[in-house]
Design a protein around this ligand. Structure first.
Ligand SMILES: C[S@@+](CC[C@H](N)C(=O)[O-])C[C@H]1O[C@@H](n2cnc3c(N)ncnc32)[C@H](O)[C@@H]1O
Length: 276
């Protein structure tokens, strides 16, 4: 198993635990993806790297009983978490499959739309994954990817990084290394999608607020558990350093908790296209 997938499999229980918060805070992103990909009742949709179930489960509600969703992820624990959540919500039009983005176990021309929310930046061979997603799409079918915009525009990430970098050395991240901001540069993923053969490729900047009814302490509990990179860095600190770092992060994000609830400005990119 690659280093990236090992990290995600260790993250799975934390993502499951914080599933409701994650679903709430990314709900505007999911709604924008559904709109960009033109997903409506009756459509057959593939979600690649669906983690513990989003945007799959929201899309399952959108496509209704006449439609269906195939929720996939490389990590078995993530797929199991998504399945548990679907059962809890009584959704019967979603199926689940553990698979890699660059090796999808589906026939050519199978889906009306393929989506991936915050997943593509972690794939080892992105051009191969894009070609594979185009292969399983029906002609004229839609693709939509949601990715993080620049770190400096997202206090949800940079406030934490600024504090942690004072405690732990942050090795430089190469522009093509798997990681949250790999495609933050405008045009980068859109260019790869066009090279893979998609048509009508476009990029939309989505400015919204990451909001959820959680306190500063709950924010830190979630952030420190759901990011593998952060968890590994925190594990190298002494108990005292870890306590101080946690307090400093909570102080630095305080302004984004008006009325005691989380509300960060965020910028993400939606990259969409169509199969010829
Ligand atoms: C940031 S999470 C996003 C999960 C979910 N889509 C969401 O937005 O909440 C990234 C997901 O990508 C999955 N992943 C990473 N590399 C993958 C690959 N090569 N193929 C399929 N899934 C992969 C991880 O297991 C993880 O669940």
């Amino acid at each position: 198993m690659s280093e990236v997938l090992r990290e995600w499999s260790e993250n799975a229980s934390a993502w499951q635990k914080h599933n409701a918060t994650i679903r709430t805070m990314f709900a505007p992103l999911t709604a924008a993806m559904i709109e960009e990909a033109g997903i409506t009742g009756g459509r057959k949709v593939l979600d690649v790297a669906g983690g513990p179930g989003e945007p799959s489960l929201t899309i399952a509600e959108t496509v209704g009983p006449a439609g269906s969703v195939m929720c996939t992820d490389a990590v078995a624990e993530m797929v199991a978490a998504a399945e548990t959540e679907a059962k809890r919500r009584g959704l019967t039009n979603v199926a689940f499959r553990q698979c890699l983005a660059d090796s999808l176990p589906f026939d050519d021309n199978s889906f009306d739309a393929v989506v991936s929310r915050l997943g593509v930046m972690f794939f080892p061979d992105v051009p191969a994954a894009l070609r594979e997603m185009l292969r399983v799409l029906k002609p004229q079918g839609a693709l939509c990817f949601a990715i993080w915009g620049k770190n400096e525009l997202n206090p949800f990430t940079f406030c934490v990084q600024n504090v942690i970098s004072r405690y732990v050395e942050m090795p430089p991240v190469g522009p093509d290394d798997p990681g949250a901001f790999r495609f933050a540069e405008s045009g980068k993923l859109a260019g790869l999608l066009a090279q893979a053969g998609a048509v009508d490729v476009r990029e939309r900047e989505l400015n919204f607020r990451l909001e959820a009814p959680i306190s500063v302490q709950q924010f830190w509990e979630m952030r420190s558990a759901t990011s593998g990179t952060l968890r590994e860095k925190l594990a190298t600190l002494s108990e005292d350093e870890a306590r101080r770092a946690a307090l400093e992060v909570q102080e630095s994000v305080q302004e984004f908790f008006p009325n005691g609830q989380m509300s960060f400005p965020a910028q993400m990119l939606l990259i969409s296209g169509r199969k010829r």
